[in-house]
Write a protein of this length. Structure first.
Length: 128
């Protein structure tokens, strides 16, 4: 019986990806369809409030083989090694700059959310 639930879980994942691809194709937006599908899945899970057993089993199965799914990307890096070697300075600069920009944005968001939480707690304390 668990096989049927697992197949149903894979079907949910594939339907979300398919709907994401349809949305991207129909609206001609520059976002991968799989990303839009993940957002649709997230919205569905938020409305449902829980993850179905079959979906959980399917997702855990995919996560267990995730490193193997990254092999094609590594092969692509090796195939285009000359191109990467020619532009390594620009690639390294982009990585360093984007890492620091990300850290800065996350730090600012964390400070903002903590200050908002502190203000909310202070407001609740005044109301009591």
């Amino acid at each position: 019986m668990w096989v049927g639930r697992m197949v149903a879980g894979f079907l949910v994942l594939l339907c979300c990806q398919f709907l994401g691809e349809l949305i991207v194709y129909g609206l001609d937006i520059p976002v991968p369809g799989a990303v839009v599908g993940m957002v649709l899945l997230l919205i569905g899970l938020m409305f449902r409030g829980e993850v179905a057993g079959g979906l959980r089993t399917s997702a855990e199965g995919l996560l267990s083989i995730l490193p193997m799914m990254l092999v094609p990307a590594g092969v692509g890096l090796m195939v285009h090694f000359e191109l990467i070697a020619a532009g390594w300075v620009a690639i390294l600069a982009a990585l360093v700059v984007s890492t620091f920009v990300t850290l800065l944005i996350v730090t600012l968001l964390l400070k903002w959310t903590h200050s908002s939480a502190d203000k909310s707690e202070a407001q609740e304390g005044l109301e009591k």
